[in-house]
Design a protein around this ligand. Structure first.
Ligand SMILES: Nc1ncnc2c1ncn2[C@@H]1O[C@H](COP(=O)(O)OP(=O)(O)OP(=O)(O)O)[C@@H](O)[C@H]1O
Ligand SMILES: [Mg+2]
Length: 308
C-alpha cells in the first residue's frame, strides 16, 4: 500500500503565487521519503495540504488510502507531524505539555506510561519537569517528535527537522528519526539539507520553484550528485608505506597525492568506510577523513550555485 499518493497537486496563493505546480508522486508504506528543495520551493505548502491545513487549488491527495481533504478526519490520528518550529507552552514543563497534547488528541489510555516511554525514546529522560522555555531548539524538536508520536502514527511528516541545529543536535535528531523508520513508521521529510537525505531517506524527490521531480533512490541520487570521482583527504598520524600500500589496494583508487594525503577514487557507496577500514587495519591512526568536495558542495555545484 502507498502511504501517500499525490496527483497533479497545485497550490496557488492569491491567484498569482504558484507555490506548487502539478506535483505527482507516491510514497510506499515503510519508506523514508525525502522532499529536497531550497527555501521557498514549496515544501511546506505540500505538507500543509497533506495535513489538511490548506486546500489544494487543483489535484488529488490520498493518504493511508483516504481522500484528502474529504476523509481527512478518518486518518488524522494515524498521522504524526513535526512542524519546523514546534509550538509549546514555554511556562509549562515538558511533561505538562505532552499531557496537554495527549488530551487534545484523545490519548487517554495509559497516558502516563506512553508519555514516559516517549521521553525515553526522544532521549529526554530527566528533562520531564524542565520548563519548555529552558529547552534548547534540539530538545524542542525531540519533544516535538515525542508529541507527534503520541498517537503511535503510521506516517510521520517532518518539516525541516534539522534546520537551526548544531552538528551534534542534528546528528541526534537524525538518529532518532531513523530509529522510528526502522520501527516501521513511514517518513515524509522535507529538508533543504542534502545530508539529511543521504543519511536517512531511501527515496528522494527534488523540488524547485513549485516543481517536484520524479523520485529516485537515494543511492542513485547521491551517485549522480557526486559524479564518478571522489577525492578523500585523510589526516593520518603515522603515515607510512604500508598504509599507502593498503590504500592503493582499495578498488577504484585512481591516484594518491602524498602531500596532505589526497586520494582520488571512483565513487561508489560505502567507499569512505572501505578506505577507513584499510587504513585502520594497516595500523594507521586516522585523525580525519573528509570527502572533497563534500556532498553539500557537490550538490550546490550541481544546482549551478543557485540556492533558490
Ligand atoms: N500563505 C501564503 N500566502 C502567499 N504566499 C505564500 C503563502 N505561503 C507560502 N507562500 C509562498 O509560496 C512559496 C512556497 O512556500 P513554502 O513555504 O511552501 O516553501 P518551502 O519550500 O517550505 O520554503 P522554506 O524552506 O522557507 O520553508 C514561497 O514563494 C512563499 O513565499
Ligand atoms: Mg517550509
Amino acid at each position: 500500500m502507498n502511504a501517500i499518493e499525490v496527483q497533479g497537486l497545485t497550490k496557488r496563493y492569491k491567484k498569482s503565487v504558484v507555490a506548487v505546480e502539478d506535483a505527482s508522486f507516491t510514497v510506499p508504506q515503510g519508506t523514508a521519503f525525502g522532499l529536497l528543495g531550497p527555501i521557498g520551493a514549496g515544501k511546506s505548502s505540500i505538507i500543509n495540504m497533506l495535513l489538511n491545513f490548506i486546500r489544494p487549488s487543483a489535484g488529488t491527495i490520498k493518504t493511508l488510502d483516504r481522500e484528502i481533504p474529504a476523509q481527512f478526519h478518518e486518518v488524522r490520528h494515524r498521522i504524526g507531524y513535526l512542524p519546523e518550529r514546534p509550538g509549546f507552552y514555554g511556562n509549562f514543563s515538558a511533561e505538562r505539555n505532552l499531557r496537554f497534547f495527549a488530551n487534545l488528541s484523545d490519548v487517554r489510555e495509559e497516558r502516563e506510561e506512553k508519555i514516559k516511554k516517549l521521553f525515553k525514546l526522544a532521549g529526554l529522560e530527566g528533562k520531564e519537569t524542565t520548563l519548555v522555555r529552558a529547552y534548547s531548539l534540539g530538545d524542542r524538536k525531540r519533544l516535538g517528535i515525542a508529541a507527534a508520536m503520541l498517537n503511535e502514527p503510521e506516517l510521520l511528516i517532518l518539516d525541516e527537522p534539522s534546520t537551526g541545529l548544531d552538528p551534534q543536535g542534528r546528528r541526534d535528531i537524525m538518529a532518532l528519526i531513523h530509529e522510528l523508520n526502522v520501527h516501521d513508521v513511514t517518513l515524509f521529510l522535507a529538508t533543504h539539507n542534502v545530508r539529511d537525505i543521504a543519511e536517512i531517506c531511501d527515496v528522494v524527490a527534488t523540488m524547485r520553484a513549485g516543481h517536484v521531480a520524479a523520485p529516485t533512490t537515494t543511492k542513485d541520487f547521491v551517485a549522480d550528485v557526486r559524479g564518478k570521482t571522489v577525492q578523500l583527504e585523510a589526516d593520518i598520524a603515522n603515515i607510512n608505506e604500508r598504509i599507502l600500500q593498503a590504500i592503493r589496494s582499495v578498488k577504484g583508487v585512481k591516484s594518491i597525492q602524498c602531500e596532505g594525503l589526497k586520494i582520488s577514487l571512483e565513487y561508489r557507496p560505502g567507499i569512505n568506510e572501505d578506505v577507513n577500514y584499510v587504513i585502520t587495519r594497516a595500523g594507521g591512526r586516522l585523525r580525519s577523513l573528509h570527502e572533497s568536495p563534500s556532498l553539500e558542495e557537490a550538490y550546490v555545484r550541481k544546482m549551478g550555485g543557485r540556492t533558490r
